[in-house]
Design a protein around this ligand. Structure first.
Ligand SMILES: Cc1ncc(COP(=O)(O)O)c(C=O)c1O
Length: 355
């Protein structure tokens, strides 16, 4: 007899298409990851830790909150590390909502918001992003009701790359003082957009960030939540004392001590690769969503053919349907060289599909 809650049995698992991905054989432009390996200081720190005979100890995080808070420009008491930002999203939704409450999740967006909202058996309202209008501000404001307990917004959004202004976020925070407004700044280092400086001003503002994307260590699983002190203290009641593994802490310490490697990569992606891919898409008449992140969601008519050509060339991108069911390719931006190869394969597939 099934003993779990009925709605949990009725759910489907979130299973990203990870099978067969291999950085030795593929250029991985399908998960918005960094496309270059971690720096030598990070590798050295990890190897040193593994060899130091300390793996049998439970994790101890030391001053990592302070280091991360300094990096984010907030106070240590306003930061909580998590097992990837996925865990932060889960803890925030769990701590805010009860079954039957309402979650507003502008869509399409990152799948974990839905997954966590479904675990809590919430009613989900999904105002839709559009390529022309971007973030559905009016739709979100109109959807807010006394039953709204959480509003999940990725800024910039995944898969569309759409961002919303600080003014729009302030409007939402003010319109829903009874709801947690989760602003997911997963791609902060690429977009430069943040509302971290508002955590004392808005007690309903909770921000997530991650070391998975720009900092290039998704395998280590470390993210963070930034909010006012009272919210962080409450969330610490829910997070386990060892949920983040020690290697993540070791890796991040080394990465934060050597930020140039990451900063240089961000510059290359945003000032070289991104404009180059945008110019190509515009010249090839391929519609795409304006993006403030390290990926572009584009809608070539011959998307299947292009995707097959990319796979044949060892380049993985992510097909994703928009709200109308039209399939676009979400393409992660990598180094300039990787983007040049990507464009030449796309160009060739286009030429062949026209011929
Ligand atoms: C908007 C957004 N938030 C969060 C995540 C998850 O990041 P993490 O690896 O920190 O769990 C992703 C990953 O794709 C994402 O796109």
């Amino acid at each position: 007899m099934a003993t779990f809650k009925k709605h949990i049995h009725a759910m489907t698992a979130y299973k990203p298409p990870l099978d067969g991905r291999d950085p030795q054989r593929h250029t991985l432009l399908d998960f918005n990851e960094r496309t270059i390996p971690v720096s030598q200081p990070v590798i050295d720190a990890l190897v040193e830790y593994v060899q130091s005979g300390r793996l049998q100890m439970y994790p101890a995080y030391g001053d990592i909150d302070q280091l991360i808070a300094d990096y984010c420009g907030v106070k240590a008491e306003q930061v909580m590390i998590t097992n990837g930002s996925d865990q932060g999203i889960d803890l925030i939704i769990r701590s805010s909502c009860e079954a039957g409450d309402q979650a507003i999740i502008p869509s399409p967006s990152f799948a974990m918001y839905h997954q966590c909202a479904k675990i809590e058996n919430l009613d989900i309202i999904e105002p839709t992003y559009t390529r022309e209008e971007g973030f559905p501000l009016q739709g979100v404001l109109e959807a807010i009701s006394p039953k709204t307990r959480v509003i999940c917004i990725a800024n910039p959004n995944n898969p569309s790359g759409t961002s919303l202004s600080r003014e729009a976020i302030a409007q939402i925070l003010t319109a829903a003082p009874h709801a947690t407004v989760l602003i997911d700044e997963c791609y902060f280092e690429y977009s430069g957009l943040t509302v971290c400086d508002w955590v004392d001003q808005y007690p309903n503002l909770v921000i997530t960030r991650t070391f998975s994307k720009t900092w290039g260590v998704p395998a280590l699983r470390i993210g963070l939540v930034i909010s006012c002190k009272a919210n962080i203290q409450a969330l610490l009641n829910v997070r386990g004392p060892y949920d983040i593994n020690q290697l993540a802490i070791v890796g991040i310490r080394a990465a934060l001590a050597n930020p140039e490697y990451t900063q240089q990569y961000v510059r290359e992606v945003m000032t070289q690769s991104k404009p180059m891919l945008e110019a190509f898409l515009a010249s090839a008449d391929i519609p795409f969503w304006p993006s403030d992140a390290n990926y572009i969601w584009c809608f070539p008519k011959a998307h299947e053919r292009i995707n097959q050509a990319l796979i044949a060339a060892g380049i993985l991108v992510r097909p994703k349907a928009d709200a109308n069911g039209d399939i676009g390719l979400r393409v992660t931006l990598g180094t300039l060289e990787q983007t040049q190869v990507l464009i030449s394969v796309m160009q060739q597939a286009l030429t062949e599909s026209e011929g």
